[in-house]
Design a protein around this ligand. Structure first.
Ligand code: SAH
Ligand code: F3S
Length: 481
């Protein structure tokens, strides 16, 4: 199923293994992108050392933290609603403290404390290591704010606590921030400039996950193809690096190659790729290693060259087609998914048709589609009138969703009769007699449990499909995994 705007901001309360001796209770929930969920695991790890165990019961909490998203207005409204709920609980438990983390904290800063009286603590994405001090302030009855963005912080030295994990797949962040400055996007303002994490600390975290028997990792960043480690510091300062630093730098293709070689039995994924930064060497590394999944999330945003330019996406529709052709040449069965925005300022019916025709060319496996939401502070927010009527945005969105659904369904149908390898992640939501997992192309398949267990790689034959899921049965068990 396509992810709708609503689904993209679903919150999730998280728990962590209880540490003996900890006597304060933390309720932490996350909204928005995977990076927020991953950051909450870092926050939980920092607070575990400060005497906090997590609780899933809001009513029991001494401290409530909400990791927030600013990407669209709707995401922020969802968080405001949650704050109302916390407020109601605080009336029963007045000692409870409330903190806002993440992108909304960074965007609104101390303004939050005025707008939302129940908030005690505002902490931006680069300031989580300051949480122990900030909580001390709050304990002393003062509000506390730290929204300083960093040039260096990657949290590479913090071992995240895996919250509510299935024990099979995990995210490992490799970059923070983004320098691309797409004109619609708030991320460069809320998460700061782009910096990469030391490959050694990435490998260490993966070592840890492998030791815990995890089977799949996803390397995470706003723009993974732009990963560049040259000893620390901002990506934009690479020019000033020494010759030695330049000669020994690690780019994304190298990092991917390194990880794939070191962990041949681990399934590898990465997200998100930006077409303007994805180079052939990344695709070549993917083609070389069977353990790198054949799936690329490759947002396009619009099929119109004029709109791409207005969005400051630094590639054309034609260059995107060349990239797609190259991917398909090297990895014929590579699945590709998109992000598309409808109703960006000045978008005409012709521009919209360009998006639809681009979709017909690429035939994406999957998509995340959104109506444009003006974000304060972005270039488009400041300089362009949000002039496409809401009804037009919605109509264009539904046309795009319909095309995506048609393509996803056709691709799912083409799997019927085929044999694919699935990594079992969890029980099927619809039946406790079935497992659910994904193939290399990131398509979900369900099949009877038999004697298989979570974390097994299983060869299954696809017998049928729905619009979102392949219906299959196991035919073999590959011992070598
Ligand atoms: N590079 C990032 C993109 C983050 S935002 C990543 O790792 O995913 C995710 C998607 O949200 C974008 O690709 C874009 O399609 C959508 N988006 C961002 N800003 C938006 C806005 N102002 N209105 C509507 N959709 C937006
Ligand atoms: Fe946003 Fe564009 Fe970066 S969508 S996260 S500014 S690549």
């Amino acid at each position: 199923m396509e992810k709708t705007i609503d689904e993209s901001v679903q919150g999730q309360a998280l728990t962590l293994d209880q540490k003996e001796g900890n006597n304060r209770k933390l309720f932490i929930e996350s909204y928005g992108c995977q990076m927020n969920f991953s950051d909450s695991e870092i926050v939980a790890s920092i607070l575990a050392k400060e005497g906090f165990n997590t609780t899933q019961n809001l009513e029991d909490a001494d401290l409530v933290l909400v990791n927030t998203c600013s990407i669209r207005e709707k995401a922020e409204l969802t968080v405001r609603k949650r704050l109302e709920k916390y407020n109601a609980v605080k009336k029963i438990n007045p000692k409870m403290k409330v903190g806002v983390l993440g992108c909304m904290a960074e965007r609104l800063k101390s303004q939050f404390l005025e707008e939302e009286k129940i908030v005690d603590l505002v902490v931006g994405p680069d300031a989580y290591k300051d949480l122990p001090n900030l909580i001390e302030e709050v304990d002393a009855g003062r509000n506390a704010v730290n929204v300083i963005l960093s040039k260096e912080e990657t949290y590479g030295d913090i071992s995240p606590v895996r919250l509510q994990s299935n024990g099979v797949s995990a995210f490992v962040s490799i970059t923070r921030g983004c320098d691309n400055m797409c004109t619609f996007c708030v991320v460069p303002f809320t998460r700061g400039r782009e910096r990469s994490r030391d490959p050694q600390s990435i490998l260490q975290e993966i070592d840890d996950l492998v030791a815990k028997d995890f089977k799949e990792i996803t390397l995470l960043g706003q723009n993974v193809d732009s990963y560049l480690w040259y000893g620390g510091g901002l990506k934009k300062d690479f020019d000033k690096a020494s010759d030695f630093q330049k000669a020994t730098a690690t780019n994304f293709a190298k990092l991917l190659d390194l990880v794939a070689i070191k962990y041949p039995k681990l399934r590898l994924r990465f997200t998100t790729s930006n077409p303007q930064d994805m180079t052939m060497d990344v695709i070549e590394v993917m083609a070389k290693h069977p353990n790198i999944c054949n799936y690329i999330h490759l947002p396009i945003q619009s099929g119109s060259n004029r709109i791409l330019k207005e969005m400051n996406r630094l590639h054309t529709r034609e260059e995107y087609f060349t990239l797609i052709d190259n991917i398909k040449k090297l990895i014929p069965d590579c699945a590709i998914s998109q992000d598309i925005i409808t109703g960006f300022p000045t978008e005409t019916e012709d521009d919209h048709q360009d998006t639809l025709s681009l979709m017909e060319y690429v035939k994406y496996d999957y998509g995340f589609m959104f109506a444009y939401s003006e974000r304060p502070g972005t270039l488009a927010g400041r300089k362009m009138e949000d002039d496409v009527p809401e009804a037009t945005k919605k109509r264009r969105l539904s046309e795009i969703i319909a095309v995506q659904r048609k393509h996803s369904e056709a691709i799912h149908k083409s799997y019927i009769g085929k044999t694919i390898e699935i990594l079992i992640e969890k029980e099927s939501k619809k039946s406790d007699a079935h497992w659910s997992g994904r193939n290399s192309q990131n398509i979900v398949a369900v099949f009877p449990k038999e004697n298989y267990k979570i974390g097994d790689f299983v060869m299954v034959q696809v017998n049928d499909c729905t619009s979102a899921t392949l219906i299959a049965e196991a035919i073999d068990y590959s011992e070598n995994n």
